[in-house]
Design a protein around this ligand. Structure first.
Ligand code: SF4
Length: 370
């Protein structure tokens, strides 16, 4: 048996592939073969033809951010009086009502890393949102924001500090933690692309803490900038290793979501001449490899936001079992020069899933069918 066939067989049996095996698959496997193997694994984990999707609304709490990610045109400094904003309660009410009218039940709340909004401020925000909309789920913040809030609120930069922040937020309504800000889990890469964001170790420590508390989370990867394929593989292995440490009976990472970097008009394009862009074949290879390597993460999302819906449909035949959210609002990708469509409606999402040969099923954040 060749190394590749042996790796396919081991992945299909649910075994954990080594770095060497994953690297061989990335560099040597023909794409069609890799996708077919990932499709076999997907069928074992998710028999049948159901593809899940979700309705939620992405709201940015503020665009003020000290992180200075070089791929982001959305953020600004606190002193930028023309652009800086913090979303008001009135705006939340309007956006939540719009989402409820469309059948959504979850807010994806994300930063920037505002230098003055501390834990007490977030507690008040969550308390207020839950008191007015008790049934709306808060899928909120992410490891860089938790680490940032801990720091500016005077807590220690360790598991104890992160646990304090997460527990207090959970008490006032935090339902789940998105895997935002993972980019590539390598400290040198992170210094180049997002110098003010938490380190890879901190990202993993916050997630480890969340998993110990039983919080449901996801993991992400933004690839296609300054990293090499080896960094992507190590990133997958770090996610898999952390997932294997979650306490029994807890969900840990429910899903993995990877997307290619889009850099038009960003500092990363100017400084490193990296315009980014969606290479569909590379995206499909990434999705398939993720399905084969992440043997303990149940769901792989076909993140179509930067690749287009057609690439997402193809990914459903190569390891992905979920199409993510209809994205009622999206700000970070659409603030670059990206010209693709970053939102679609529920009808079009279901049509796309059907056209790809599957049956759409609406789900919640816990991947329970609605
Ligand atoms: S991507 Fe997020 S964390 Fe990075 S600069 Fe933009 S708003 Fe801040």
């Amino acid at each position: 048996m060749s190394v590749l066939s042996e790796s396919y067989a081991r992945a299909l049996a649910g075994e954990a592939l080594s770095f060497r095996e994953a690297a061989a698959l990335w560099h040597e496997a023909p794409l069609a073969e890799l996708m077919a193997a990932a499709d076999d694994v997907r069928r074992r984990l998710h028999p049948g033809d159901t593809v899940t999707w979700q309705i939620d609304r992405n709201v940015n709490i503020t665009n003020v951010c000290v992180s200075g990610c070089k791929f982001c045109n959305f953020h600004c400094r606190l002193a930028d009086r023309e652009r800086a904003y913090v979303t008001s309660m009135e705006e939340y009410r309007r956006k939540i009502r719009e989402m409820l009218d469309l059948g959504g039940e979850q807010l994806l709340l994300q930063g920037g890393l505002h230098p003055r909004l501390d834990l007490k401020w977030y507690e008040e925000l969550f308390r207020q949102l839950k008191s007015e909309f008790p049934n709306v789920k808060l899928h909120a913040l992410g490891p860089p924001e938790i680490a940032h809030i801990a720091r500016i609120s005077g807590f220690t930069a360790d598991a104890e500090g992160y646990r304090t922040v997460l527990e207090r937020l959970q008490k006032v309504g935090l339902d789940s933690l998105p895997g935002a800000g993972a980019e590539i889990l390598d400290n040198d890469i992170r210094k180049r692309i997002s110098p003010g964001k938490c380190s890879a170790d901190t990202w993993l420590e916050v997630m480890r803490t969340a998993h110990r508390m039983g919080l449901c989370t996801s993991a992400t990867m933004m690839y296609g900038h300054v990293e090499r394929p080896e960094h992507r593989i190590l990133h997958l292995l770090k996610i898999r290793d952390l997932q294997s440490l979650r306490p029994e009976g807890t969900p840990g990472f429910l899903a993995f979501i990877a997307w290619p970097y889009q850099g038009r008009g960003t500092a990363l394009e100017r400084e490193e001449r990296l315009p980014g862009g969606a290479d569909t074949a590379e995206f499909l290879r990434m999705i398939a490899l993720s399905r084969l390597v992440l043997n303990n993460v149940p769901n792989i999302q076909a993140s179509w936001l930067t690749t287009g819906i057609a690439a997402g449909q193809m990914a459903l035949h190569g390891g992905a079992n979920d199409m993510g959210s209809i994205m009622i609002e999206e700000n970070v990708v659409s603030s670059t020069g990206f010209e693709g469509r970053t939102t679609i409606d529920a009808e079009r999402m279901q049509e796309a899933i059907r056209a790809a040969g599957f049956t759409p099923a609406l789900r919640n954040q816990r991947y329970e069918l609605l």
